[in-house]
Design a protein around this ligand. Structure first.
Ligand code: ATP
Length: 215
């Protein structure tokens, strides 16, 4: 089972560490602030109070034995970058880092970060999309220009099956799953009838999804 290190236990890091631990994974949670460490002491497997910019200390903790490290130091960009660099140099295979903005993200990719996340920006986009669309319930962008969205079946879909709706040929999107009042259908077949109140989970290009939403 994968083992994780989470460095910087602000709201983001705390939430990552707690969720991983609740899912049954081993987590080493690190912060330079003893109070933050104490908050997680009874929740995750190991907690350590140390400065993550201290290479010796990370080496002593055996960070290279962990599969994934998440660097969620926020405001202190210098420490965020330095900790990322040290983790990569010590051989951590997959390092995920929270960035403040694009420029910070660019520097992080230069020092070897494997994945850069922008939680505030992404959550803002997600909430804005939810607010402006009457039938879109949720949205996840998983690559530039491509997303998975949850939409409420429109009136035009009511009573028709997927074959009749021809969403693939008309819009170039794929229905991955359908939530009905009976539960979740994760392998919807061509003959599956869509009813008012059903929720479609659809993958596609953002422009195509936009067209589908106003169908
Ligand atoms: P949030 O996730 O709450 O939005 P934030 O982006 O405001 O957090 P900070 O509060 O600046 O981020 O940092 C998150 C945590 O990282 C803090 O608990 C802080 O003590 C810790 N931290 C900062 N620098 C270091 C460091 N060099 N080593 C270890 N932990 C650090």
């Amino acid at each position: 089972m994968k083992q994780f290190i989470v460095i910087g236990l602000g709201r983001f890091g705390f939430s990552v560490a707690k969720t991983l631990s609740e899912k049954g994974y081993d987590v080493l949670a690190i912060d330079k602030d003893e109070g933050k460490v104490q908050e997680l002491a009874n929740i995750v497997t190991h907690t350590v109070q140390t400065d993550a910019t201290d290479e010796n200390s990370l080496q002593t903790l055996g960070v290279s034995n962990f599969d994934v490290a998440v660097v969620s130091i926020g405001e202190d960009v210098h420490s965020n970058i330095l900790a990322t660099l040290i983790l990569k140099q010590l051989g951590v295979k997959h390092v995920v880092v929270k960035a403040q903005d694009r420029l910070h993200g660019k520097v992080l990719s230069k020092v070897g970060a494997d994945k850069i996340v922008y939680p505030e920006r992404d959550m803002g986009t997600r909430i804005a999309n939810n607010l402006i669309s009457s039938n879109m319930l949720d949205y996840i962008e998983f690559a530039p220009d491509y997303s998975v969205i949850e939409i409420q079946a429109t009136d035009k879909m009511d009573g028709k099956n997927l074959e009749e709706l021809e969403l693939r040929s008309r819009f170039g999107v794929n229905v991955m799953a359908i939530k009905t009042e009976d539960g979740l259908e994760i392998t919807p077949e061509a003959k599956q009838i869509i009813n008012r109140g059903d929720v479609l989970i659809v993958i596609g290009n953002n422009k195509s999804l936009e067209k589908l939403r106003s169908f």
